[in-house]
Design a protein around this ligand. Structure first.
Ligand code: PLP
Length: 392
C-alpha cells in the first residue's frame, strides 16, 4: 500500500542531506566540544558551523543562538528563563489562549508560583488583537509570549505590531516560531523580539533538537544547573550530531524557502478548493490569507474526525485532528474551541499539513478517497455514537 504523509506540522521526514552530515558524529567524530584537545575542537567546530547556519536562518548573530532539545525546551527556557533572571516578586506575563501546550502549561505552572498570567482570547480566525495586548499590559508586565503561527490552523499572528508594542513599553517579547522557522522568513533583525523558539524536526531536521534565539543583552537564567555551556544559558554537553542536523536543515530551508513556499501554497490552495467544491458541508478554520502556506484545517460537518482519520490511516493516509486524549476521554482541540466552535463541531475537523515532499499525485489520491470516507463517517456519526460523548 502506498503511504501518503499529510501531517507535516506534527513532524517532517529528515532530509537525506541532513542525515548524511549527522552520521559521522555518531561514529568517528565523537569529541566533547568543551574539551581542549583535537577531538574536542573538531566537535566544537561542528557546533560553531551549526550556530552560524541557525543564525543565518534567523538573521541573527551566532552568539545569540542557544541550542536546546527542541521547541518545548526553547519555550520553557524563554519564559521561565526571563522570569527567573528578573529580580522582584510582582511579575506578569501576557500570552494567548491558543498557544501550544509548551507555552500554556509553562504559564499555568508559573501561576502556581505566584506569577500572574493573562491569557488573551482570539477572534473567529484565530487572531490576537494587538489592542487587547495594550489593554492587558500592567506596571509589572515582564513578558509577552505569542506564537508566530498556530500549529493546528496555521493562522499567523501580527508579531511585528506586537513587537512594537512591547518595545515601546520595555517589555520582553518571545515568539514561538516552531511552525514558521524554515517555512517563511523569521528575521530577528526585522522584528522587535527578544526570544524566538525553533525546532529542527518541523523543517526536515532531526527530532529532539532546537534552538532559542536570545537577543544580545537579554538576561536569561539557565533552567538546568551544571556547566557553563551555551554561554551559561543552557547547562549540559551539547548534542553534537543532532545540532549538526539542525544546522544543515536550517541551511537547506533557507536555500529552498521561496520555491517550497510557493509549491506548498499552490498545492494547499488547490487541494482545499477541490475538497470544498466536491464535498458538501465543508469549511476551513483559521484565517484565509494570514496563514501558513502548508496548512489547511477543514471541518467536515456531521463526520466525526477521529473515525475519519483512522479510516484514512487504514488507507495509508496520515493526517490529524487537534483532539487530545486526557484521563481516558477525548477532549476537543483547545484551539478550535477558542475560535468559537462548539465541541461537537471541533470534533469534525481534520488538519492536513504539507511539505516539500508532498506531491499533486498524493493529493489526487486523497481527493479520490475522501468523499466516500466522509459519507461513510457521516452515516456512522449519529449523535449517540460519537467518541466525544465519553467526556461527560
Ligand atoms: N510550539 C509549537 C507551535 C509546536 O507546534 C510544537 C510542536 O508541535 C512545539 C512548540 C513543541 O516543539 P517540540 O516538538 O520540538 O518540542
Amino acid at each position: 500500500m502506498r503511504r501518503i504523509y499529510l501531517d507535516n506540522n506534527a513532524t517532517t521526514r529528515v532530509d537525506p542531506q541532513v542525515l548524511e552530515v549527522m552520521l559521522p558524529y555518531y561514529g568517528e567524530v565523537f569529541g566533547n566540544p568543551s574539551s581542549v584537545h583535537g577531538f574536542g575542537q573538531e566537535a566544537k567546530a561542528a557546533l560553531d558551523l551549526a550556530r552560524q547556519q541557525v543564525a543565518a536562518l534567523l538573521d541573527a548573530e551566532p552568539n545569540e543562538i542557544v541550542f536546546t532539545s527542541g521547541g518545548t525546551e526553547s519555550d520553557n527556557l524563554a519564559i521561565r528563563g526571563i522570569i527567573e533572571a528578573t529580580p522582584g516578586t510582582s511579575k506578569h506575563v501576557i500570552t494567548s489562549k491558543i498557544e501550544h501546550h509548551a507555552v500554556l502549561h509553562t504559564c499555568q505552572n508559573l501561576e502556581k508560583a505566584g506569577i500572574r498570567v493573562t491569557y488573551l482570547p482570539v477572534n473567529r480566525e484565530g487572531l490576537v488583537d494587538p489592542e487587547e495586548i495594550i489593554k492587558a499590559i500592567r506596571d509589572d508586565t515582564l513578558l509577552i509570549s505569542i506564537m508566530h503561527a498556530n500549529n493546528e490552523i496555521g493562522t499567523l499572528q501580527p508579531v511585528r505590531e506586537i513587537g512594537q508594542i512591547a518595545k515601546e513599553r520595555d517589555i520582553y517579547f518571545h515568539i514561538d516560531a516552531v511552525q514558521t522557522a524554515g517555512k517563511l522568513p523569521v528575521h530577528s533583525s526585522d522584528l522587535d523580539v527578544n526570544l524566538i523558539s525553533i525546532s529542527a524536526h518541523k523543517f526536515h531536521g532531526p527530532k529532539g533538537v532546537g534552538a532559542l534565539y536570545v537577543k544580545k543583552g537579554t538576561r536569561l537564567r539557565s533552567l538546568a544547573f551544571g556547566g557553563a555551556h551555551e554561554r551559561n544559558r543552557r547547562a549540559g554537553t551539547e548534542n553534537v550530531a543532532q545540532i549538526v542536523g539542525l544546522g544543515r536543515a536550517s541551511e537547506l530551508a533557507l536555500e529552498g524557502m521561496d520555491t517550497q513556499g510557493s509549491q506548498t501554497t499552490q498545492l494547499r490552495n488547490w487541494f482545499e478548493k477541490e475538497v470544498l467544491n466536491n464535498i458538501p458541508d465543508t469549511s476551513v478554520n483559521g484565517h484565509a490569507e494570514l496563514r501558513l502556506s502548508n496548512t489547511t484545517n477543514i471541518r467536515f460537518a456531521g463526520a466525526e474526525s477521529e473515525g475519519l482519520i483512522i479510516n484514512l490511516d487504514l488507507a495509508g493516509v496520515a493526517c490529524s485532528t487537534g483532539s487530545a486524549c486526557s484521563s481516558g476521554a477525548i477532549e476537543p482541540s483547545h484551539v478550535l474551541t477558542e475560535l468559537g466552535l462548539p465541541p461537537e463541531e471541533a470534533f469534525e475537523c481534520v488538519r492536513f499539513s504539507f511539505s516539500k515532499d508532498t506531491t499533486q499525485a498524493d493529493l489526487m489520491e486523497v481527493l479520490d478517497l475522501l468523499p466516500v470516507m466522509v459519507d461513510r463517517q457521516r452515516s456512522m456519526s449519529s449523535p449517540g455514537n460519537r467518541a466525544y460523548s465519553m467526556i461527560s
